[in-house]
Design a protein around this ligand. Structure first.
Ligand code: GLU
Length: 444
């Protein structure tokens, strides 16, 4: 362990909305920075002007804010081209980046031939064999080069991944990666490394779909004179069926918000999914941060189950204090009403329905057989003490006078008073419905 400060980054390309897998990566980066007292940066990977869209940048920031994953700084790759140019020139001068002139078709043909011979389709480095005169001729003919990073074949590429353990790649089995296109535009690999160095990133935390990129990038760090950061590659998420699902790719903060999912539920689930720790309905982040550790992550794909999220969400809603939700509750709904209703909710939005039950009007057609009993209840409701616990006072008195008990006693009252067969505790609800309204409902 070095004493370098912990700096993590979440580096989305603004080519779409964040999906649940991206959110999980952002969370892991945020968690680790929190846990280590470090910094969490947002880096917008917008080198591809064609595919990047400003509306996605705005949406990414808004999603992170909604989730409470606030970056300690933000950078945009599109503002950093001068730095990439400078470091690229160093690599060219050192012979670690070289121009290559093959067209897509030529490369495709080479691949086909290799595959046809049963060989792995690795770039043959033909461009490295070109003489100055060859290159000059190609350029005179109008061919502009793309640029490849020359992998060092002399030693295996190794790192100890914080999640996957020891990793080993043989560079001989890898193609020299293209880092820059013929039109001068950048591919993701090299600018990312240049930024990670420049920003002092201590931990690169991302999905395991990047493991082979990491192998190439480890050499890029060294070629640029830097020690590679620590890497943590989390196993990917699968759908509840256990397969990589299309659905996950379209599930983002907007869908969660629309479904009434609280950010705390997403955080509680995604901080633990794929780890050896049980998922718990923790509305508070502190205990999640405290236990967050890459060492607890497993290698198997983690199953993301929307049903599990909905259940966790309900258990988190049950803990939310009035102050945290008042902006989203019906006007006039007070803390007492929230406390009474909360244990019955799956989402905060569901409170509106119960507030309607409390404030009225409600529609509660009574069973004709229950009418005399309800009339007696209305009369009784006018005489009991409403100060303390009217529900127990009312039901105790009615039990005496009517001889009813259990469901026969409680159910007609609940139906008449709320219009529902089930719901929040009547002892909490009745004082909120109030004396006059309760009498009116019982005598309706
Ligand atoms: N822009 C890259 C992506 O979205 C970043 C990967 C990384 O974290 O380095 O996949």
């Amino acid at each position: 362990m070095t004493n370098a400060p912990v700096v993590t980054r979440f580096a989305p390309s603004p080519t779409g909305h964040l999906h649940v897998g991206n959110i999980r990566t952002a969370l892991h980066n945020w968690m680790w920075a929190q846990r280590m007292g470090g910094r969490f940066l947002l880096r917008i990977d917008d080198t591809d002007a064609e595919r990047s869209d400003e509306s996605y940048v705005t949406a990414i920031r808004a999603d992170l804010a909604w989730l409470g994953l606030n970056p300690d700084g933000e950078a945009r790759q599109s503002e950093r081209f001068a730095l990439y140019e400078q470091r690229f020139a160093e690599l060219v001068a050192a012979g670690r980046v070289y121009p290559a002139y093959e067209s897509q078709q030529e490369l495709e043909l080479k691949r086909k031939i290799q595959l046809g011979r049963g060989l792995p389709p690795i770039y043959d480095r033909a461009a490295l064999a070109l003489s100055d005169a060859d290159r000059a001729a190609l350029e005179a003919a109008g061919t502009r080069p793309h640029w490849r990073f020359r992998l060092d074949h002399d030693a295996p590429i190794v790192w100890t991944d914080l999640i996957r353990g020891p990793q080993r790649f043989d560079p001989v089995t890898m193609s020299d990666p293209v880092v820059r296109r013929a039109d001068g535009s950048w591919l993701y690999l090299l600018p990312s490394v240049i930024d990670d160095i420049d920003m002092g990133i201590s931990h690169v935390v991302r999905g395991e779909d990047h493991v082979s990129n990491t192998a190439a990038q480890v050499q890029m760090f060294s070629a640029l004179g830097a020690t590679p950061p620590a890497f943590a590659h989390a196993a990917l998420l699968t759908g509840s069926e256990g397969k990589l699902s299309k659905r996950l790719g379209s599930l983002g903060a907007a869908q969660f918000r629309d479904a009434g999912i609280e950010p705390q539920a997403i955080v509680a689930l995604l901080a633990r999914l794929g780890t050896s720790d049980a998922v718990e309905p923790l509305a508070d982040r502190a205990p999640l941060i405290e236990r967050f550790d890459f060492a607890r992550f497993g290698r198997a794909p983690a199953r993301f189950d929307e049903g599990e999220l909905a259940q966790l969400n309900a258990r988190i809603v049950h803990q939310l204090p009035f102050a945290a939700v008042r902006d989203r509750l019906p006007a006039n709904m007070d803390a007492a009403a929230w406390d009474a209703i909360r244990p019955n909710l799956e989402t905060v939005a569901g409170a509106a329905e119960w507030w309607q039950v409390i404030a009225g009007p409600i529609d509660a057609p009574a069973d004709p057989d229950d009418r005399p009993f309800l009339a007696a209840a209305a009369a009784m409701a006018a005489t009991i003490d409403w100060g303390a616990d009217p529900w127990h006072a009312l039901t105790a008195a009615l039990k005496e006078t009517s001889g009813r008990k259990g469901r026969a006693l409680f159910h007609p009252l609940r139906r008449a008073l709320t219009g529902r067969d089930s719901g929040p505790d009547m002892a909490a609800l009745l004082p909120l419905i109030g004396r006059d309204q309760a009498i009116a409902r019982l005598s309706a």
